[in-house]
Design a protein around this ligand. Structure first.
Ligand code: GDD
Ligand code: MG
Length: 335
């Protein structure tokens, strides 16, 4: 069986971090996010993975390549203009199997894909959607099921008055060819707003797989931060074996941290960074090649690749895009 990962979104809610990179390339505990999805698929024996790219395809290809370094085969489909979540699946159809797993490219999860496939088969479904129970479904796709666990309604980004369930679309699907066949070609089509309602209206079998495993959409700044700290602190089942740091502090290769710098957990520092004496970093994520000067303070912030924080700067609750330079006179805020 093959898998398709949708990574064609612009990642606007993660800006400025995604101004020069893709959401799926954002580091989680010093590993590109997409590696977690590849590792999950590989764990369940899915070694043929198609990436549906739109923006910055060269970034992904440069880093992920043909997948050999992860022990999988990666192929690509590209869109000149975004085709939407269903249009992207249609665009990849020639590369897909009779039954295909499709994943949103921003979900950190250790969902049990074998159990999901069993559910899909035992319910004789045309498509199966994994569901996650969310305290507030308003930012997601709301899913209503019947007593047999079949989906009777799908409502993307519901209004408060429409929320009658806590179960949301987890962005992980199993599709039979029959469903992909019904998506029109060459058009921008939304899986959530068009295809799923049509599948339900035409009485195709849309099954629900309710999962209680770890699940997080990393697509917003606070969730991205949470994903990093959850992985670092072992709240997410390890996929690689080296991502958890007992100290709650992780430092990438080639970084030099002065002995007199103070790091207060949770802190993740990427590769080739420099942290000078008396600098204080707490509850923050520092990407690669960042220079932090003497006595600088960074609290509850994310600092993008190649940023410079000059000595004595105080940075609080800030998200800094790649290459930002902070001098003593810079105010905190999104940069
Ligand atoms: N190839 C391609 N083309 N991919 C796309 C396109 C497109 O036009 N549009 C979005 N994607 C990809 C994004 O890169 C992302 O990985 C995934 O599709 C979902 O898009 P988001 O923009 O992250 O959607 P969302 O988080 O608001 O909502 C979706 O995910 C929720 C779960 O996190 C929906 O599927 C909801 O129903 C769901 O609950
Ligand atoms: Mg998302």
């Amino acid at each position: 069986m093959k898998a398709l990962i949708l990574i064609g979104g612009e990642g606007t809610r993660l800006r400025p971090l995604t101004m020069d990179t893709l959401k799926c390339m954002a580091p989680i505990a010093n590993r590109n996010f997409i590696e977690y999805q590849i590792a999950l698929l590989k764990k369940y024996g899915i070694n043929d993975i198609v990436l549906s790219v739109c923006y910055m395809p060269e970034k992904v290809k440069e880093i992920v390549g043909n997948g050999k370094k992860y022990g999988v085969r990666i192929s690509y489909t590209a869109e000149k203009l975004p085709l939407g979540t269903a249009g992207a699946i249609k665009n990849a159809e020639k590369l897909l199997d009779e039954t295909t797993i499709v994943m949103n490219g921003d979900i950190l999860t250790d969902i049990k894909l074998d159990e999901m496939l069993e559910c899909h088969i035992s319910k004789n479904a045309d498509a199966t959607i994994a569901l996650h129970e969310a305290a507030d479904p308003s930012a997601y796709g709301l899913v209503i099921t019947d007593a047999q666990g079949m989906i009777t309604r799908f409502l993307e980004k519901p209004k408060e008055s429409e929320i009658t369930s806590k179960w949301i679309n987890a962005g992980i699907y199993i599709f039979s060819r029959k469903v992909i066949d019904m998506i029109p070609s060459g058009l921008n089509v939304s899986l959530e707003r068009q295809t799923f309602p049509l599948v339900i209206d035409t009485k195709m079998r849309l099954a629900a797989f309710k999962s209680s495993q770890y699940w997080l959409d990393i697509g917003k700044i606070e969730k991205y931060m949470q994903a990093n700290f959850d992985v670092l602190q072992g709240r997410f089942e390890s996929l690689f074996g080296d991502e958890i740091a007992d100290t709650g502090i992780k430092t990438g290769h080639g970084s030099i941290i002065d002995d007199r710098a103070v790091l207060s957990s949770p802190v993740i520092i990427g590769k080739k960074c420099r942290v000078a004496a008396e600098a204080r970093i707490e509850r923050s994520i520092i990407w690669d090649n960042v220079k932090i000067g003497e006595g600088a303070v960074i609290t509850n912030s994310i600092i993008g690749n190649g940023c410079v924080v000059e000595q004595g700067c105080v940075i609080i609750n800030t998200v800094a895009g790649a290459g930002s330079v902070f001098t003593r006179f810079t105010r905190s805020g999104t940069k």
